[in-house]
Structure formats: C-alpha cells, structure tokens
Design a protein around this ligand. Structure first.
Ligand code: DHB
Length: 390
C-alpha cells in the first residue's frame, strides 16, 4: 500500500487543479508545497485567463468567483507610432479573456480543495524523487526540518521553474531549451481608476509599456527595463513620466504606487516531461516570458492532458495516454512559446537593433493591425487555442 495514489509537488495553479480533477475521478492525491498558504495566496502574478481556462474553473466548480469578480475583456489595444489599434477578439474569434489575478485563482482552488478534504501540506519541501519502480517515493522535509517521505503510484512535478522533480525527470536540473532576453519588466500596482477600457500593449521608442488593470480602484502596469533595475530606483513621478512617454498621446490616470517588482524574462522547455512514474506540468516543464500572459493558461492545458492519462493508468493500468503525454502537451507548449516570443520581440525596444531593425518591427506591427488574418492569429493565440476535452 502507498500513502496516496498521486503525489503532487507544488500547490500552484497546475498542482491544485490537478488534485481537483483527479478527485472528480475518485483518485486520491497529496499536495505539498515549500511555501506557506499566505505566501501562495498573496504573491502578485499575472492576471489574464484564457476563455477555456475560465471554462475549466467554472464547469468543474473550482471557482465561481471568476465570473462574479473577474472582468471579461473582448479585445486589447496595440499601440505604436503614436496611434492605438484595437484587436477585437469577440469579432475575430468569438472568444474573450478574463481579467482575474492568479492569486485569486489560487485562493479559490485552495478553498475548494480544503473544503473537499484534500491533503494539502504547506511549508513541506520535496528533497528528492525516485519514480523508476512501481512504488514512487518522494523524500520531504517539513517546516520543523523533520525529514519524511510520501509513497505513491505516480508523482507530478508542479513545483515551478526551480523544480526538484525536474531533476529526476531529466537527470539534471536545467536540461532543456533556453532563450534569454536582454530586458525585464518593472511592474507596479497603484491606486487609481483604469486609464482605458482594455489593456494597452505599447511599442515606443522609449521602450515597451503594458497598461493592465486589477479592479475599479487598483491598476497593474509594466515598463520594459534593464534586468538589473533596482525597483526602488525611480521616484513615483519618474515612473509616471516613463509610462506617459511610452503611451503618448494617450493619457493615463496616475495614483499612489504601493507595490514595485521586477520580472525576469526567459523562455525554457524541459528536455523531457516524463520519466517512468513521474511527469512535469506548468512552470516545472516550461517557462514563457510574460508578454501575452500564457504561463498559467499553459499550466492548465498541461493538466487537462495529464489528468485523463493518470486516470487511465491508475484506474485501468492503461499506459497509452501517459506514453503520449509529453508529445501532446509539447505541441501546445511550443505554440505558446512562439506566441510569447513573437509578442515580446514585436513589442519591445531592441537596443541592439539598427534603423532597419526598428523600421522592420513597425512593419511587422502594421502587418498585424492592417490585416484581418494578422489580427486573427493574435486573437486566436491570446484568447487561447481550444483546450483538450473542452
Ligand atoms: C498582465 C500580465 C501580462 O503578462 C499580460 O500580457 C497581460 C496582463 C497582468 O499582470 O495584468
């Protein structure tokens, strides 16, 4: 006998949603996470949910609040050369996205899982994994430093970009495909009403800016910056000046800035997503740069492929789906890698580019906004390709 059927390392969106979907199929799991519940619930992350992410959360009763407190957006504005161009998702692809912060998704998932009696162990880290034999063993250490272990029939690494499970799956912690970018985002949260009805993605000679939102009274905005920027280096006035320069002549409503952070950019895909009775999902398997907000949505799509594969394996001893997991998940992962890279390189100022490079970038933006086919690709990718089983 094992302690549980599936050991899930990581209580982020991927790990929690997986435990929820498995439970709907009568499969038991234990979820562990090195962080505290407060830390998971309070860390500010991205805020855009694809159409099908919302469908999964609501249809499986993981979150109803997303429909009450989330805000549906049917388009975005692309700005460049001093003018804004709306990409009308509803008209182009009949789908929209929802503005609903990731930490709210996590609050909903944690509450749903705890109410269902899920074993959820916070402040418990995995220190090693062995999943080559029929019984999987995850070595753990809890907050008091006491070593422990979980035995299971399968282990899932949903433990983020510094995954411990990945070391077992690939045989090395950082084996995979990488792409680095020479810039980062300086993000702020401020007290102000929205400056525009929808998000603004702005390419400007002063660098990229993204005007996002959180609620009627709190806004989230980002400036392209140097990866080594000290988030406290600029005064509030200097920050607002940069935002204004980058979205001009559109005006912005400013307000007190109450949080600042710097987000590093990187693209990564793990060299393998599965070994024996172990698999990776979400950021443990891949990382995308934030432009286009694909990270959480990609984690949800991985889980929708993995959950039925685990059900077939554990309930019926059927290997076929789990053997196809990596290939099926990677098809979407590479589409999302391309989209995130494409949005990033099209919208950011590339200091290494010559005049040809800058003018080519504007030509690329015009190819998108002047063409219905160009706009439709952006709309389709941004609102999300159909997820498996939906
Ligand atoms: C947000 C983040 C993104 O990366 C993005 O493309 C859109 C919105 C956000 O945090 O609001």
């Amino acid at each position: 006998m094992t302690d549980t059927q599936v050991a899930i390392v990581g209580a982020g969106p991927a790990g929690l949603l997986l435990s929820h979907l498995l439970a709907m199929d009568g499969i038991e799991s234990i979820v562990i996470d090195s962080r505290s519940r407060e830390n998971i619930e309070d860390t500010v992350r991205a805020g855009i949910l694809e159409h099908d992410t919302v469908k999964v959360l609501t249809e499986t009763a993981a979150s109803q609040r997303v429909l009450e407190d989330g805000i549906r957006h049917d388009g975005i504005e692309l700005r460049f050369a001093g003018a804004g161009h709306r990409i009308d998702f509803a008209k182009l692809v009949g789908r929209g996205v929802w503005l609903y912060p990731q930490h709210e998704v996590l609050r909903d998932l944690i509450a749903t899982r705890l109410a269902a009696g899920q074993a959820l162990r916070f402040e418990t880290s995995a220190t090693g994994v062995d999943a080559d034999a029929d019984v999987v063993r995850v070595a753990t250490v809890d907050q008091s430093g006491a070593p422990g272990a979980i035995t299971a029939e399968f282990v899932v690494g949903a433990d983020g970009s510094r995954s411990v499970v990945r070391a077992f799956v690939t045989g090395a912690t950082d084996s995979g495909h990488f792409h680095e970018y020479p810039f980062a985002w300086f993000g702020i949260l401020c007290e102000a009403p929205p400056s525009a009805p929808e998000l603004i993605y702005s390419n400007s000679e002063h660098g990229f800016a993204l005007i996002s939102q959180r609620s009627a009274t709190v806004q989230r905005m980002y400036l392209q910056c140097d990866p080594d920027l000290d988030p406290e280096a600029m005064s509030d006035a200097e920050v607002w000046e940069q935002f204004r320069l980058r979205v001009a002549p559109h005006d912005l409503v400013d307000g007190p800035i109450f949080q600042r952070d710097v987000l590093r950019f990187r693209s990564f895909v793990s060299s393998s997503l599965r070994r024996g009775r172990a698999a990776l999902v979400g950021d443990a398997a891949h990382t995308v740069p934030p432009t286009g907000a694909k990270g959480l949505n990609l984690a949800v799509a991985d889980v929708l492929v993995l959950a039925p594969a685990l059900r077939a394996l554990i309930a019926n001893g059927d290997q076929a789906l789990i053997d196809g997991y990596a290939e099926q998940a990677l098809a979407r992962v590479w589409k999302a890698q391309h989209f995130s890279w494409w949005m990033t390189q099209m919208l950011h100022r590339q200091d290494s580019a010559d005049a040809f490079g800058h003018l080519r970038q504007l030509g690329e933006l015009r190819s998108v906004v002047d063409s219905e086919a160009g706009q439709r690709y952006l709309a389709e990718a941004y609102t999300g390709w159909p997820m498996p089983g939906l």
